[in-house]
Design a protein around this ligand. Structure first.
Ligand code: FES
Length: 223
């Protein structure tokens, strides 16, 4: 990449401060394509801004690592002498984060001296543990026998179509988590589903859009 003596304006350099890393690199490439060189003052400023951003990232990462290590050490210390402590610690981690973040699982593996693969074996064996952050809202369809016989399969298909995800997944904007369970104890209301903790009975496929619209409206109100 060639550079050239100063020629850019002050305002263009000021704009760079608001650009993210990808935009900064993109600007360099476009300037080179356009002029056949990069003005020296711009390339120096971009290099400096990238270094500043990198340094900030390192500081945040360092803080994050320290917090994760401290939390995991506390969980391990609390459960160290208990039988089945791995499960108890995973419960504590999930209660804290809402799921089991990968970096926490890695730290736990180091701290307990248990292989990461073994930790993932346990996490994936128990349906309760989650590997993805929970959504802001939850939709749970009961797929127990009574609900199944009353058409829970159609509700599940409707939700799959409307949300564009499968059960056990969260929408890409992390707003709605969708899952199925076996019997929520309201068989007389079959087919039933739970929307953000509220049990809804005798649900029809035509009701699904309304429930989702309400959840999305909550999102907009909160925004
Ligand atoms: S089977 Fe759905 S509530 Fe019991």
């Amino acid at each position: 990449m060639k550079t050239n003596p100063p020629s850019g304006s002050e305002s263009s350099i000021a704009d760079l401060r608001h650009a993210d890393e990808a935009e900064l690199i993109d600007m360099l490439e476009k300037a080179e394509q356009k002029h056949g060189f990069i003005p020296r003052e711009i390339s120096d400023e971009i290099a400096r801004l990238l270094e500043v951003k990198l340094e900030r990232l390192r500081r945040i990462q360092g803080k994050l690592d320290t917090t994760i290590r401290r939390d995991v050490q506390q969980h391990v210390a609390h459960w160290r002498n208990e039988e089945g402590n791995l499960i108890m610690i995973l419960h504590a981690i999930q209660n804290q984060h809402g799921y089991i973040p990968r970096e926490v699982a890695m730290e736990l593996s180091r701290e307990l001296g248990v292989k990461l693969a073994r930790i993932y074996e346990v996490i994936t064996f128990y349906h309760y543990f989650k590997l993805q952050p929970p959504g802001a809202h939850n939709v749970t369809v009961c797929n127990g026998t009574a609900c199944y016989l009353k058409g829970s399969g159609d509700l599940i298909n409707e939700l799959r179509t409307q949300l564009g995800i499968a059960e056990g997944q969260t929408t890409p904007d992390r707003q709605i988590h969708f899952e199925t369970v076996r019997c929520i104890g309201c068989c007389g209301m079959a087919p039933a589903m739970v929307v953000d903790g509220k049990t809804c009975g005798h649900v029809k496929t035509s009701d699904v859009a309304g429930h989702l619209a309400n959840l999305r409206a909550k999102k907009e109100t909160a925004a």
